[in-house]
Design a protein around this ligand. Structure first.
Ligand SMILES: CC(C)(COP(=O)(O)OP(=O)(O)OC[C@H]1O[C@@H](n2cnc3c(N)ncnc32)[C@H](O)[C@@H]1OP(=O)(O)O)[C@@H](O)C(=O)NCCC(=O)NCCS
Length: 162
């Protein structure tokens, strides 16, 4: 079992399609984690694309968005483009609920397998993906630009959707 220093019971969230009013929060969250960050305009452009599915994890009344997952679907394949959970709420099962619901929606729209890229050293995300049956199918050296100017290897993972 993993030890989380900040405590905390699992938090139940509602996963729903991401609406434009959340794009500013999501862009801010994205920029915290990724050097190639997405601006509000990127969220707008992505979600105008009919092949893109974007979901958010919300508290019951929908006043807080804890995180998002965005995929491109070209059935029967989908690619998870990005996922992030607010660091103040990580480790409470939100990422798992978000992915479960997001993959269910992809499957309902014809996805049978999902690909994604993850930085080699991102063990938290890799653990989460393994729980969904993801396994390595490739590697891209120097794929990710890092904020310090270096570059990191991406692992390409794939999972079948049931
Ligand atoms: C990856 C991320 C979305 C996980 O969200 P989360 O809400 O913290 O994840 P959960 O609480 O649902 O954890 C689910 C499982 O993921 C794994 N996990 C998540 N974070 C972890 C960490 N820091 N260390 C080890 N395992 C971790 C565990 O296996 C956990 O299962 P367990 O509770 O049975 O041990 C979140 O850490 C995040 O936003 N990271 C920054 C952005 C990022 O790296 N995105 C992925 C890019 S490919």
């Amino acid at each position: 079992m993993r030890f989380w220093p900040f405590a905390s019971k699992p938090r139940e969230v509602a996963v729903r399609p991401l609406e434009p009013r959340w794009f500013a929060d999501c862009a801010q969250l994205h920029a915290r984690f990724f050097a190639r960050s997405w601006a509000v305009a990127d969220f707008e452009e992505l979600t105008r694309d009919r092949q893109v599915m974007a979901d958010g994890a919300f508290d019951g009344p929908g006043k807080t968005c804890f995180g998002f997952a965005v995929s491109r679907l070209v059935a029967p394949e989908a690619e998870l483009l990005s996922i992030a959970v607010d660091p103040r709420h990580q480790g409470r099962g939100i990422g798992r609920q978000l992915l479960k619901a997001h993959f269910a929606r992809l499957a309902a729209h014809g996805a049978r397998e999902v690909f994604l890229e993850v930085e080699q050293g991102n063990s938290g995300a890799i653990h989460l993906y393994e729980q969904f049956g993801f396994a390595k199918v490739g590697e891209r050296a120097g794929y990710y630009p890092k904020k310090d100017g270096s570059r990191a290897t991406a692992l390409v993972l794939r999972a079948q959707l049931s």
